[in-house]
Write a protein that binds this ligand. Structure first.
Ligand SMILES: [Ca+2]
Ligand SMILES: [Ca+2]
Ligand SMILES: [Ca+2]
Length: 412
């Protein structure tokens, strides 16, 4: 009996070892993402602030010209998201630009869907990114609820805020492009309690860009004081930050000893929290139609220049396509468009609110793909079934982190 048991353990060990090495062998390859290098971008700027931000845009245009990117600026006098999309379609038919940067308060399409038992509504920039897609509002309540199959054609990004905040953003952008603003080329992953046991130790693909990926996921270190001290403005910082923290649009909820310690957008701004590029796996943190965390990093600190986030509960926990484009010196916008077409379109409930913010033609510092060895702890390619099961495992606290819908907000 004892021999049989030992034999069973021996066979199990062999099988386990074999399956591990197979995983590594199978994944020791490029993701195979294809993307374009930016050649032309269209800027649509709120006409009411056009004069106030003209100098910033002129500097930016000159910076992009050095990278061989042509900029065309169109003032926006007002109108609907449908009219904005028509403008982009017409422009795209005449001039094959890669993406657009919306500067100031420009319209957004809204979408609504049921996420489990919860009805969610949210601004949706995928609507603008897929120029030939069809969208319908079946109950005619002003929010789309149906769409055709999606394959985005351009990337869309935004910067919003006061003219002073927008000019501050462009000032940082120029500093980055001229080398005056930089941080050590490394990534920081801050993973809070609910995901501490999800793929522990994984770099989630960031090691393809950076030699150093620091992971803060132990319960003892995923606390607010550690977040603030690790991202303190007097330290060197990390070029890339990927944070997994529950959130409402303007507040992070950092779990500590079974309770939440809140970190508001105002406090983030006052602390001048430091990092250049952010993947905000923080529900609703990029809900740009109200005060939000993403635009706070971008326009109210001295550092951040581009974010990836969501306007609703959700986030890019599986962003390896995104990182792969960045590693190969693609732009933030191309990374987002590629990620959406490969991964994001698999799940509306999880990804239809995904957006990028900040200059979409930015690139991280990259010397090409650093590591072709894929961490076997990384999430598998985005098969729909896996996304659904992940959603279910991540959604336990969804009800606590729902931004207010329009009618509820209007009552405040
Ligand atoms: Ca509707
Ligand atoms: Ca399309
Ligand atoms: Ca924690």
């Amino acid at each position: 009996m004892k021999i049989l048991l030992l034999w069973a353990i021996f066979i199990s060990l062999i099988l386990f070892t074999a399956s591990c090495s197979l995983m590594v062998l199978q994944e020791e390859r490029d993701f195979g993402v294809t993307f374009a290098q930016a050649r032309a971008v269209t800027v649509v700027v709120d006409a009411s602030i056009n004069t106030a931000v003209a100098a910033s845009l002129a500097t930016w245009q000159a910076d992009l010209a050095k990278d061989g990117i042509e900029v065309r600026t169109i003032p926006w006098a007002g109108g609907t998201a449908e009219q904005l999309k028509q403008l982009l379609k017409t422009e795209h038919s005449q001039r094959n630009f890669d993406g657009t940067f919306l500067v100031g308060n420009l319209p957004a399409a809204w979408y609504e869907l049921m996420n489990g038992a919860t009805r969610e509504e949210f601004p949706c920039d995928i609507y603008l990114m897929d120029l030939d897609s069809e969208w319908a509002d079946s109950d005619q309540n002003g929010r789309y609820d149906l769409h055709s199959n999606l394959a985005t054609d351009i990337y869309v990004s935004r910067v919003t805020g006061t003219t002073a905040e927008i000019n501050h953003y462009f000032s940082k952008n120029h500093q980055y492009r001229s080398g005056a603003l930089s941080m050590p080329q490394r990534a920081l992953i801050f993973k809070d309690d609910d995901w501490s046991t999800y793929k522990p130790g994984s770099h989630f693909g960031l090691a393809r860009i950076y030699e150093t990926v620091e992971i803060m996921e132990k319960l003892s270190e995923s606390v607010k004081p550690s977040y603030l001290s690790r991202l303190a403005s007097n330290l060197e910082g990390s070029e890339f930050v990927n944070q997994w923290i529950h959130a409402l649009p303007d507040t992070l909820f950092i779990a500590e000893d079974g309770e939440y310690n809140t970190l508001s957008a105002n406090e983030l701004a006052n602390r001048n929290v430091k990092g250049l590029f952010f993947n905000l796996y923080n529900c609703s943190a990029a809900r740009f139609t109200e005060n939000n965390l993403s635009m706070t990093y971008l326009t109210k600190t001295d550092w951040a220049i581009a974010t990836l986030g969501s306007t609703k509960p959700g986030g890019a926990y599986q962003a390896s396509d995104f990182y792969d484009v960045l590693a190969q010196q693609g732009t933030w916008g191309e990374a987002f468009k590629t990620w959406y077409n490969n991964t994001g379109k698999s799940s509306d409930t999880w990804f239809l609110g995904m957006v990028i913010q900040g200059d979409p033609t930015l690139k991280v510092h990259s010397q090409g793909i650093k590591s072709r060895l894929i961490d076997s702890r990384m999430p598998a390619p985005a098969l729909h079934t896996e996304i659904i099961s992940l959603e279910n495992s991540f959604s336990a606290f969804l009800g606590d982190f729902q931004p207010k819908n329009k009618e509820e907000s209007a009552g405040n």
